[in-house]
Design a protein around this ligand. Structure first.
Ligand SMILES: Nc1ncnc2c1ncn2[C@@H]1O[C@H](COP(=O)(O)OP(=O)(O)O)[C@@H](O)[C@H]1O
Ligand SMILES: [Mg+2]
Length: 163
């Protein structure tokens, strides 16, 4: 099941609906994980109550999870380290909260804003070339068609080149 709940306005019930959809899935017996990627952490608060404040939560949540992907580590902690149980059966949560804001600035370091005009041009050229290839019909279909139409022929290189 795939559902998208979106609205550009704040405070219209997106998080409430999402938490309820998760709760319905969990109540129907599906193991359900809600991942809260919002620095506001409202979904986490809806499911955990006041204890959702990430500093006090037992797991560092979504921010901690992404932080480990930025760090080099031979043994990354298991994803389950960043997930907590909720009071409801089958419903688990990777909490969000203000730490996700800090993560944003850390991720900024990895963004590249310094492509030279030359690099941009090169990328554009490669995208155009691959688009042109994508528009071409499948080569094996073309070959099969030509074979059926008796258009396949053998070329004798020696004759072509040296005659
Ligand atoms: N159907 C509803 N009727 C009345 N209040 C609602 C309803 N759905 C959500 N709310 C309340 O509106 C507020 C904002 O909801 P929330 O789901 O956090 O919004 P969003 O995620 O879109 O910012 C919360 O206090 C929530 O309890
Ligand atoms: Mg919300």
């Amino acid at each position: 099941m795939r559902r998208v709940v979106f609205n550009q306005k704040g405070g219209v019930g997106k998080s409430t609906i999402t938490c309820n959809l998760a709760a319905i899935a969990a109540a129907s017996g599906q193991r359900t994980l809600l991942i809260d990627l919002d620095p506001q952490g409202n979904s986490s608060r809806y499911l955990l109550g006041a204890s959702a404040d990430v500093e006090h939560a037992e797991a560092p949540g979504a921010a901690g999870f992404f932080e480990t992907t930025l760090k080099f580590s031979l043994r990354a902690p298991p994803t389950s380290d960043f997930i907590v149980a909720t009071p409801w059966a089958n419903l688990h949560l990777m909490p969000g909260g203000p730490a996700l804001d800090e993560l944003h600035s850390k991720l900024e370091e990895f963004a590249s804003h310094t492509d030279s005009l030359e690099e941009i041009h090169e990328n554009k050229e490669q995208i155009e070339i691959s688009r042109a290839y994508e528009r071409m019909p499948n080569a094996s279909l073309l070959a099969t068609q030509e074979f059926l139409e008796d258009k396949i022929y053998h070329r004798k290189n020696e004759d072509d080149l040296f005659s």
